[in-house]
Design a protein around this ligand. Structure first.
Ligand code: AMP
Ligand code: MG
Length: 331
């Protein structure tokens, strides 16, 4: 298993706590959802997990920077007082000292700009999946000088074989640069090392992609499947659970295509950092759709990259070639 350090302990504590809170809320079936400026949803779970992580980070190392998806602005509006109260009661289960001011301040610790060293979090990646009863994950990573050096994914609805499963308590995945990727049940102790698949035949590739049609470019995906000659049905899935599946050999390829009408470079770092390291340390490969490495030095977005391609390594070149042929772009 990965060598122990205060940073690894914080990483595991934050993601385990976040997963426990989100699972409890999910099971209760009782959470408010607000709608953000970009029309995407944010729930009590997103705010609660971000707040608790920020509070735990302040105890771990108060000087550390957190870059995270959510902001407290909407919670300060009188019409959202009910949501604020609901988040407070969830956070109180872990941090009894919380009040409204502290809660908003903790959430807004995540508004920091990425610098040389920072933590990056998506408290609930796949919020639409959380709301719909699909997949979601709690994602946290540490970035140093543009390199993801450690990360964890809390996956409440993936089992130890990295298959979608709603009947078990979920899985915790962790990776550190040079030390591999590991998995254990969310309430277990035994870690097992993860390895990507050995599939080298693109026709047999198990391919995952976004569940939400609005996050997809279906025409482009269909053309890629044709070009690769893939005859396995693809698996639509929310969140970085797709990275988790691939890291354990349960899928072989993941295309994150720039959806229609969305500019290239719009991918947010919290949607990819944690999953990318977990796949790489399991022996896989992560680049953009042109084969360029993901560049985590460009701020909150992967502004220098076009989409993302994740594979077991063996299928990477075939997947890049297919993209070049279909889009007619020079490689
Ligand atoms: P996924 O569940 O893999 O589709 O990814 C979900 C994450 O990607 C969310 O954090 C979304 O904010 C983001 N995302 C991906 N594509 C889009 C899009 N076309 N419009 C808005 N958000 C997107
Ligand atoms: Mg997300």
């Amino acid at each position: 298993m990965i060598s122990d350090s205060p940073d690894i302990q914080f990483l595991l504590q934050a993601v385990t706590t976040g997963m426990r809170l989100s699972s409890r809320l999910e099971a209760s079936g009782d959470w408010d959802t607000l709608v953000k400026h970009d029309a995407s949803p944010v729930t009590v779970a997103d705010f609660a997990v971000q707040a608790v992580t920020a509070a735990l980070l302040a105890k771990h190392n108060d000087g550390d920077v957190l870059v995270a998806e959510e902001s407290s602005a909407a919670l300060r509006l009188p019409e959202n007082a009910h949501t604020l109260a609901a988040i407070l009661s969830v956070v109180k289960q872990v941090l009894p000292e919380v009040d409204a001011e502290k809660l908003c301040a903790w959430i807004d610790r995540g508004a920091s700009e990425p610098g040389e060293r920072f933590w990056v979090m998506d408290p609930i990646d796949g919020t639409k999946g959380f709301v719909r009863g699909g997949q979601y994950v709690v994602a946290l990573a540490r970035v140093e000088n543009g390199d993801v050096v450690m990360s964890a994914l809390g996956c409440p609805h993936l089992n130890q074989q990295l298959q979608p499963d709603r009947d078990i308590g979920g899985s915790l995945l962790v990776a550190a640069r040079g030390e591999g990727s590991w998995i254990r049940p969310s309430s277990g102790k035994e870690w097992r090392r993860l390895h990507v698949s050995t599939q080298s035949d693109a026709r047999k590739a198990r391919i995952t992609h976004s569940f939400e049609p609005s996050h997809l470019n279906q025409d482009l995906l269909d053309a890629l499947l044709d070009t690769l000659g893939t005859n396995v049905e693809t698996l639509p899935m929310d969140s970085q659970a797709k990275y988790a599946m691939l890291s354990g050999g349960a899928s072989d390829l993941l295309y994150r295509l720039t959806s229609t009408g969305r500019p290239p470079g719009a991918e947010c770092i919290w949607d990819h950092a944690a999953g990318a390291l977990i796949v790489e340390e399991a022996g896989g490969c992560v680049t953009d759709l042109h084969g360029e490495p993901l560049d985590f030095t460009q701020g909150k977005r992967l502004a220098a990259n076009t989409g993302v391609l994740v594979s077991n390594g063996l299928l990477h070149q075939a997947a890049l070639d297919a993209y070049r042929r279909v889009t007619g772009e020079a490689g």
